[in-house]
Ligand binder design. Sequence first.
Ligand SMILES: *[C@@H]1O[C@H](CO)[C@@H](O)[C@H](O)[C@H]1NC(C)=O
Ligand SMILES: *[C@@H]1O[C@H](CO)[C@@H](O)[C@H](O)[C@H]1NC(C)=O
Ligand SMILES: *[C@@H]1O[C@H](CO)[C@@H](O)[C@H](O)[C@H]1NC(C)=O
Length: 360
Amino acid sequence: MAQEPPQIAIIGAGIFVKSQYLPRLAEISDLVVLKAIWSRSEKSSMEAADIARKVFPNVECKWGDHGLDEIIRDSNIVGVVVALAGQIQVDMSLKLLKAGKHVLQEKPAAASISEVETALSCYNSLYTNPSAKKIWAVAENYRFEPAFVESKKLMSEIGDMMSVQVIIEGSMNSSNPYFTSSWRRNFTGGFILDMGVHYIAGLRMLVGCEVASVSAMTSHVDMTLPPPDTISSLFQLENGCSGVFVMLVSSKSPKIVWRVVGLNGTVQVERGNNNGRHGYVTTLFGGNGETKSNFYPFSGVTEELKSFISDISIDTLEKGGKIKGEGRYSYVEGARDVAVLDAMIESGMKQGAFVKVKKF
Ligand SMILES: *[C@@H]1O[C@H](CO)[C@@H](O)[C@H](O)[C@H]1NC(C)=O
Ligand SMILES: *[C@@H]1O[C@H](CO)[C@@H](O)[C@H](O)[C@H]1NC(C)=O
Ligand SMILES: *[C@@H]1O[C@H](CO)[C@@H](O)[C@H](O)[C@H]1NC(C)=O
């Protein structure tokens, strides 16, 4: 196992790269080498590279079309993290996939359901030789959060599912660094789509089946936010169970909870704090009146990065040409999260009309 760690590049130098990717990569600097950081402008690329250099002393600073070409031509760079504005990420990801890089793209998978469809058909036609196929992952981190991994296991104890509630009262306000983000404000679905994919990912992971149809009302109350800023949706799962998904982007008293009620008990996951650490409290309310609770601090971003790095550092093909990494972070999973929100937003525009969720 004296294998050299794989070399990657980061495409983008925004808030999330500086506040999340660089510190998380620093924690696992024994597993990966950050070879380059790219941004459209020299200035922001330099700023991010200055932070990264503390841990990855040889990181190269790249910018503009020329810098991007250098990354594309550098065959030592096997994987890239793409963290750009939501409107331009898919084109960039496809360009890099075509150039033979594995891609971990920041969520959302695409800006709309029509873009998802085009993206998937482009991806599937990129490789004439299936063994040349590269991983296209979407970073949403929730499917890697230990709280969701563990509470999914508890689902077998609650018997037949009767009802699901997802209540999201977000805390997006002017103190939040993303509040003024111009691309998020120029996005159909606004913050609901950008933030909401996480909560749908949590829902789909817990219940272990797809959302089949929705009926939703949306509204725009807080004029400091782009529309819509609230959504109240009914949904039905493929297993027949129904539920509610309520999300508002900004609340003075944030609360984030998923609750699945079964014939024989209830599983709940709720955002919380423990000794100053942020994370989730998972609770099993058992059939006999007992409750079991656990706290899991956030670690999904790191777990997801580790998984991507491990998948790109070993031979990426399994027997039969199936690509590794087609699990929790595959592009299709991210696409399904967008599809649910897209259906809710569409229903909202039609005053609550019944809308089937597009299948991928
Ligand atoms: C924004 O929300 C956070 C978290 O709820 C809160 O601590 C902060 O005071 C809020 N800021 C404003 C300007 O409302
Ligand atoms: C908003 O998005 C539209 C369509 O994607 C684009 O033409 C326009 O330039 C964008 N405006 C800003 C301010 O980003
Ligand atoms: C329901 O819970 C009871 C008490 O915990 C247990 O004995 C029983 O096996 C459970 N039934 C199902 C279907 O899970």
